[in-house]
Design a protein around this ligand. Sequence first.
Ligand SMILES: [Mn+2]
Length: 323
Amino acid sequence: MPYKRVAPQILGVINNSNHILLVSHEKPDGDTLGASLALANFLEKQKKAHKHFCIDSHANYFNYLPKIENIINDYNLINLTDHDLVITIDCGDIKRTGIADDLIKFKKNLTLINIDHHASNDYFGHYNLIIPQASSTSEIIYDFFYFHDIKIDKYIATSLLTGILTDTMNFTNAATTQESLKIAADLINNGAKINQITDKITQNKNLAALKLWGELFGRLEFNPQYNFVYTVITQKDLQKNQVSTEEVREGLANFLSMIKDVNFILVLTQESENQIKGSLRTTKDTINVAKLAQALGGGGHAKAAGFVINGQLIKATNGWQIK
Ligand SMILES: [Mn+2]
């Protein structure tokens, strides 16, 4: 276990850096936000100059997260060469930073730390704290603080519990472990309000998105050959219902995981004219959807993964096809 070697090295690099940039992944979820905001809180207490960047804006319901208003979404406001350390958080792949080209270009002039729990992570940093057994990157940050005896205040606790709750689907999916529950208990003990957080992260669907869910349920298809169920979200759906892709897709594949006796769930979204995103979920112990996602150029976790392919979703007589 390289943890005892890598974790102190990372703290050493942080202590020796003067201009730190935290990077959350594109289309940010509760884990990348919670884990990075906990780190930001720590850096602030250390009086370390830092900025926090995410290429996409976050959903409004995350506004309760302490210091979330400090996240910069406009890359024009960031100059990578001003920073001596970049820490990517919850990015399974450098592309998920949204600024991969620049990170690769300037990698020789700065230190890159990669903190993540995706099994498919390819160790793109100079330092890599990758723990695939962790429920979430927030759990890794908790361990990092615990290991170094760094105090977890109620703000850090709220951020980290958000990440654990979102990545474990409120302690219901396979990422849930004895460890994640113990850590959650300690975070609650340190001031995180679990019921307030679950309210924010689960009761956030708008009516238009839910009505569209109804249509998407109506077009669920069963594939008997590979024993899976899928549905599709078209551009027309989004325009007609005046909702964003995120508003609709958020939670959909997870919700569909309640279908019994199938190997996996697939949600296909027409992201743009010629690009389709696939979200895969399974609750079966014997199925690893990350492998399927990887075969299609994507990645993720054994139980939740995704990919992007070129093509168009076309309605055929026996279901949907990708052309
Ligand atoms: Mn995560």
